[in-house]
Design a protein around this ligand. Sequence first.
Ligand SMILES: *Cc1c(COP(=O)(O)O)cnc(C)c1O
Length: 434
Amino acid sequence: MKYYSTNKSAPEVSLAQAVIEGLAPDRGLYMPERIAQMSDDFFARMPEMSFQEIAHEVAEAFFGEDIPAETLREIVFEALNFETPVVPVAEPIYSLELFHGPTLAFKDVGARFMARMLGYFIRQRGDDKPVTVLVATSGDTGSAVANGFLGVKGIEVVVLYPKGKVSEIQESQFTTLGQNITALEVDGTFDDCQRLVKSAFLDDDLKQRMNLSSANSINVARFLPQAFYYFNAYAQLQRQGLAEQVVVCVPSGNFGNLTAGLFAKRMGLPVKRFIAANNSNDVFFEYLQTGIYTPRPSIATLANAMDVGDPSNFVRILDLYGHSHDAILTEIGGAWYSDENIRHTVKKTYEKTGYLLDPHGACGYRALVDGLRPGETGVFLETAHPAKFAETVETIIGQPVEIPEKLRRFMEGTKQSIEMGADFAGFKAYLMSR
Ligand SMILES: *Cc1c(COP(=O)(O)O)cnc(C)c1O
């Protein structure tokens, strides 16, 4: 299958090229030229299938032409070796818990899948220039990518993060791993980290010396696999006889997660409509209201993984709906919540139902409370475990949050990082000397 750029002024490429390059040369995002329909037979069998089995059939539809069947099966079964359960919070509202992977956040799904797919394409290419994946992180992406790529042969990962600006829990998740993962503690901001990565991609000496790759959420190998768990959620609702009028609410930042859900719907998944839930960074909500998209600098909030002022996947949504605002409105609604609303929602939901939301999931849950119509069943994506935001959540509910074993083990590890200035010359010298 070919992949085209949303900017339509770059050549179409193979899956391998789209995954290795990440961004198209015209700065557009890659899209598959076709979106296959899943068969009626598949939907009929779905309630009896495991997450891995469902994911495998959906993966065949996307990637089956480009990856040998046995390899694709291995990638799926190795990457997705954890559950994504749907649990009731306050009927008819359900939480799709995407935090049962190694770093307790949904990004594990895409990162683990992409690591294995990129590893496969690199081995296929057969040149022996080392491959270095560069990733700038403000916290959560670094941990998912580092853990996703941990131990994958032929790929080195360098995580750049702003010194003193990520939480201790987050830092422990990418600085304690060792093996093929190196953490650079940059004396600067997240924007400095991103600038260093961007400059590296443009540098001829570095390009000569190594294959540089990125693992951000615009990569098709990271965002498309996120479609898998929408099918798995639906299968669980089918089993319980709740699959009529399903509304899915997605706490959104860069909108990769929501876009994957829209792909699932195009493939035939009978979702009635989607709701995009935002924090105070409400450019998408404003677009829905007015038809006008005005990107702006992000604002810091309690749901910080959604602090995005110019969501990168917005262009994919426009492309999917032929740039029609009306078409988008028929399938996607929106809502946004201030920090005050997030605090209130986490506290009240915990008191009333015993379910502890994280600040991102709180936006999703609240949008269903406010927006669900009679007869509908609502599912929101619980994108991270509340313990990842323990400080915030403990302050809100006035009680300690139980830290899962997986997270505790990271925190007990020994931090290893290399301190680095925010100037490109130093960063380049470091990469050249590796
Ligand atoms: C990344 C992230 C989001 C936002 O997901 P997008 O795909 O960028 O919209 C929401 N919640 C958490 C916890 C995240 O880490």
